[in-house]
Write a protein that binds this ligand. Structure first.
Ligand SMILES: [Fe+2]
Ligand SMILES: [Fe+2]
Length: 400
């Protein structure tokens, strides 16, 4: 049965920082903060915001919603995962590395290569940099995503070096993903176009905030979420590649393109897991799919904060939408793709609940498209916003 608990950010803050009232010395490496008991609620919130992460509300936290006996499904799929999922990883020796796409700091020509990179980046407009920074920050919060996958019952890496296929996948997937933030981070640093300190703070805030994907320790929900997200990142990095090419920077286009192709491999693996679950447990899987769709897929960086802009994620998303890097249409397209990929319409022999879930999922796309259009119309934010990531220069939110 699902367990419910409400996460209270202020309680967690008190427990972790003040350790149940124990006094801390102000030794090296331990930051000093004012004692919470001596300050008012609003300034306490302000302190929290400045200290670790913005005090955003998260949803009611439902945990362990998968029926316990279903853990056996994942144990029984161990060999299947070895033969069908691990094959979508690339051996390290065959993987690209960030170094190959960046000026080689061991060579005499390094400075010239950096100059050339900076010359190319001058042709790229600020709004593109805002989106690229947002994508990079999202990739850099990788510890959160590995943690998220390791919350899932039946597939988590129990020891940190577990030999199960599920754990091997998660570690190697994380290791592949780690190259994405690494490459984009180094590239952005070398351009000199962005405020690295603000960006680095944003990464620290985002990892400190975590994410709230509402996957309930449930691998059905978790792998539906990752299927969606890998496709979303495949699309968005593909679009940044296209734009970089349009701005005449073929090397940057190549970087975004190679990241996008990794995301595609990951999408194939995660969607295959859900395809297998549909085969073994169609009822449970269609219910999980409908559940995730009702909750809506939150983006991994939805708690984005740079220490200044309380609506940074919305502002970043508006620019990404305007440039066509990731749009409401893409969201609907991904849902449509997944419904087709998993042949949800063709499922037979479902329970009455399962049939309702099937009906819900199969009629969802036109509704998402209509709602997306209306929401976009309402949310259109005329004017521009200053992004700290680009030294407070202004960027248009919506060009229409
Ligand atoms: Fe990635
Ligand atoms: Fe990914």
């Amino acid at each position: 049965m699902a367990m419910r608990s409400i996460f209270r950010p202020d309680a967690a803050f008190c427990a972790s920082v003040y350790g149940g009232g124990r006094r801390r010395s102000s030794g090296a490496g331990i930051p000093r903060f004012p004692r919470i008991s001596n300050i008012s609620t609003s300034s306490r919130e302000e302190t929290m915001k400045k200290a670790f992460a913005p005090p955003r509300k998260v949803h009611e936290q439902i945990t362990h919603s998968m029926q316990p006996h279903k853990v056996e499904i994942f144990k029984s799929l161990e060999d299947w995962a070895k033969d069908n999922i691990l094959v979508h990883l690339k051996p390290v020796e065959k993987c690209w590395q960030p170094h190959e796409f960046l000026p080689d700091s061991s060579l005499e020509s390094f400075e010239d290569e950096v100059k050339e990179l900076r010359r190319r980046s001058k042709e790229i407009p600020d709004d593109f940099f805002v989106v690229l920074v947002g994508d990079m920050v999202t990739e850099e919060a990788l510890p959160t995503y590995q943690t998220m996958v390791n919350t899932l019952d039946g597939v988590r890496d129990e020891s940190g070096a577990s030999p199960t296929s599920w754990a091997i996948w998660t570690r190697a997937w994380t290791a592949e993903e780690n190259r994405h933030g690494d490459l984009l981070n180094k590239y952005l640093y070398l351009t000199g176009r962005v405020d690295m300190k603000q960006i680095e703070k944003t990464i620290q805030y985002l990892i400190g905030s975590g994410m709230d994907p509402r996957t309930e320790n449930n691998p059905y929900l978790g792998y539906i979420y990752t299927s969606f997200q890998e496709r979303a990142t495949f699309i968005s990095h593909g679009n940044t590649a296209r734009l970089a090419k349009e701005h005449g920077d073929l090397k940057l286009a190549q970087m975004c393109g190679i990241i996008s192709s990794d995301e595609k491999r990951h999408e194939i693996a995660y969607t295959k897991i859900i395809e297998k679950l549909f085969e073994i447990d169609p009822d449970g899987t269609v219910l999980a799919f409908a559940d995730m769709m009702k909750k809506k897929i939150s983006m991994p960086a939805h708690l984005l904060f740079d220490g200044r802009d309380d609506n940074l994620f919305e502002h970043f998303s508006a620019v990404a939408q305007r440039l066509g890097v990731y749009t409401a249409k893409d969201y609907a397209d991904i849902v449509e793709f997944l419904v087709g990929r998993w042949k949800v319409e063709e499922l037979v022999g479902l329970s009455s609940e399962g049939r309702k879930a099937q009906e819900f999922v199969c009629t969802l796309v036109p509704r998402i498209r209509r709602l997306g259009e209306r929401a976009h119309g309402r949310a259109k934010q005329a004017g521009s916003v200053r992004f700290s990531w680009i030294y407070d220069r202004e960027v248009m939110l919506d060009g229409n």
